[in-house]
Design a protein around this ligand. Structure first.
Ligand SMILES: NC(=O)c1ccc[n+]([C@@H]2O[C@H](COP(=O)([O-])OP(=O)(O)OC[C@H]3O[C@@H](n4cnc5c(N)ncnc54)[C@H](OP(=O)(O)O)[C@@H]3O)[C@@H](O)[C@H]2O)c1
Length: 183
């Protein structure tokens, strides 16, 4: 069982524009041609911050057209927020706040032998890393730059370095890098 931060980023390290747009990403990748199907098959629980959750709500029609459902996850999900957010009908979601360690315990119990996916954003993944709970970073780097935006991973990780374990090119538009987090 691993805790994995799996995400797409621009070459200059942003996972969304400042106003939470992902329009730059869609022309670069087709989910079905990526590692996503094999990745998600091994996920037993997932967590995201409220900006990511609210993106899903705002783009429910697009998500449904792509995946067949406005909430494409069958796994239990934890959404971090200090506010009261509306739930998506039929989605298995718990709204939580504060320390990620207790939530991670709950996620582990739910995931069993499967992996835990930190969907984003970058600071939430950083909170799991701060607590020593992040095992792997899997980043699809798109061949574009955004200049500004929501950061991939706003942390300083110097020693031990992240250990590069695989590089997979997906045409001219993307490369997937996998890193193990040193403990
Ligand atoms: N490129 C990709 O593959 C990819 C992947 C994932 C996400 N995204 C996009 O990237 C953007 C990420 O946005 P973001 O960087 O702002 O991150 P985010 O993690 O989605 O949202 C951040 C917000 O979550 C809440 N939060 C975080 N940690 C918390 C904690 N411990 N307790 C309580 N609340 C907590 C806070 O908001 P409140 O307390 O005010 O609710 C915080 O401002 C979104 O647009 C998303 O759609 C892209």
């Amino acid at each position: 069982m691993k805790t994995q931060y799996y995400t797409a980023s621009s070459l200059d390290g942003f996972i969304a524009t400042e106003d939470d747009s992902l329009e730059w990403l869609f022309p670069l990748a087709n989910l079905e041609d990526s590692s996503y199907p094999e990745f998600i098959a091994e996920v037993g629980a997932l967590a995201m911050g409220s900006a990511t959750y609210e993106w899903m709500i705002r783009n429910a029609a697009t998500v449904a057209a792509e995946t067949g459902s406005p909430w494409p996850y069958t796994q239990p999900a934890w959404v971090f927020t200090s506010r009261t957010l509306s739930a998506i009908e039929g989605a298995d979601i718990r709204f939580v706040k504060g320390d990620v360690r207790q939530v991670h315990e709950e996620m582990r119990a739910a995931a069993g032998t499967k992996n835990i996916w930190i969907v984003g954003g970058g600071d939430l993944a950083g909170q799991f890393h701060d607590a020593g709970l992040l095992d792997e970073l899997i980043v699809q780097i798109g061949s574009v730059t955004l200049g500004r935006g929501k950061q991939l991973f706003p942390r300083r990780v110097l020693s031990p370095i992240l250990r590069l374990t695989s590089v997979r090119q997906m045409g001219a538009g993307m490369v997937e890098l996998r890193y193990e987090v040193g403990k």
